[in-house]
Each structure stands twice: as C-alpha cells, then as structure tokens.
Design a binder for this molecule. Structure first.
Ligand SMILES: Nc1nc2c(ncn2[C@@H]2O[C@H](COP(=O)(O)OP(=O)(O)O)[C@@H](O)[C@H]2O)c(=O)[nH]1
Ligand SMILES: [Mg+2]
Length: 146
C-alpha cells in the first residue's frame, strides 16, 4: 500500500493560500468560482472560511488550502496569523471601489512585516475583481497608480 508521505511521487503536497481584501470586493465569489461552489449574488460577510481544492501539477496532486478571510479591518491579530501560516497570499480589490485598492498597500505592508518576522518571501498575487463594473470608478483611480 503506497505511503502517503512526502517521498511518495503522488503524495498530496499541501499549499496554504490566504485571500485578503476589503469586505465586499468578491473574495468569497472568486474562491467559489475556483472550488466550484455556487456564485452568490448576495453579500454574506465572512468571518473566516476554509476551502480545499485538489490540483494536478507536474505528476503530483497538490492540495490547495484556501483561507477566505473576513474583509473587515477589525481582526489584525487573526490576519497576522493567517499571513504567517500562508505559503502565498492573494489580495483582491474591486474595480468599482478605489478605496479597496488603497487597502492593498496596507495589506502589502503587513505581509512585509510578517515576511520579515518569519524570514520568508511569500508570493503575492493581486486580483482586480468586478471588471464588469470598472466604468463606475473614477479615471484618477488608474492615474494615481500609474
Ligand atoms: N458585478 C459583480 N459583482 C460581483 C463580482 N464578484 C462578486 N460580486 C458580488 O459582490 C458582492 C460581494 O461578494 P463577496 O464574494 O461576498 O465579497 P467578499 O466580502 O470579499 O467575500 C456579492 O453581492 C457578489 O455577488 C463581479 O465580478 N462583478
Ligand atoms: Mg466573504
């Protein structure tokens, strides 16, 4: 019987991804799309959820553990724990809400702090969500970041 440990070529390698972003930007929706659960047209604020997705990569099966965080800025200690345990971080902002992009900078600062503390260098991916509503944002939103 094959042993399920790291020496086994088909072992499930585990990666933890933490998803952060302002409340309502669409974090849960993006994750639902990835893990195959239904898209919800309502915004149900998340405290913290955990999802698992299996992916095949280079002859191995990876287990992606996805932490869907609360978008409120009230839980810095919880965020810090999630940042420290994540192998990589996804930051989401919404194209109709410039302030949700400004928040990305604060998350980046916190990630740098967590990285420095842990002497790590986690990859960070930024997702622009709600591109169908991009016409609602002000032009300077783009100019400010150029
Ligand atoms: N128009 C539009 N609405 C979206 C999109 N993605 C998510 N939403 C809606 O945005 C709201 C907040 O989404 P949710 O995933 O709960 O946000 P979260 O708080 O970041 O987890 C919900 O009403 C979703 O249906 C998108 O790409 N376009
Ligand atoms: Mg959510």
């Amino acid at each position: 019987m094959p042993k399920h440990n790291e020496e086994n070529a088909t072992y499930l390698q585990k990666f933890t991804v933490a998803v952060f972003g302002d409340s309502g930007v669409g974090k849960t929706s993006v994750i639902s799309r990835l893990v195959g659960t239904a898209f919800n047209v309502e915004h149900l604020p998340t405290v913290e959820d955990f999802h698992v997705k299996h992916l095949a990569y280079k002859n191995k099966t990876c287990e992606l553990q996805i932490i869907d965080t609360s978008g409120t800025y009230e839980f810095p200690a919880m965020r810090r724990v999630d940042m420290e345990k994540a192998d990589s971080v996804v930051l989401v902002y919404s194209m109709d809400r410039p302030e949700s992009f400004t928040k990305i900078e604060r998350y980046m600062d916190e990630i740098h702090e967590a990285n420095n503390a842990a002497q790590s260098d986690k990859p960070v991916v930024v997702i622009s969500n709600k591109s169908d509503l991009s016409h609602l944002s002000q032009p300077q939103f783009v100019d400010q970041r150029a």
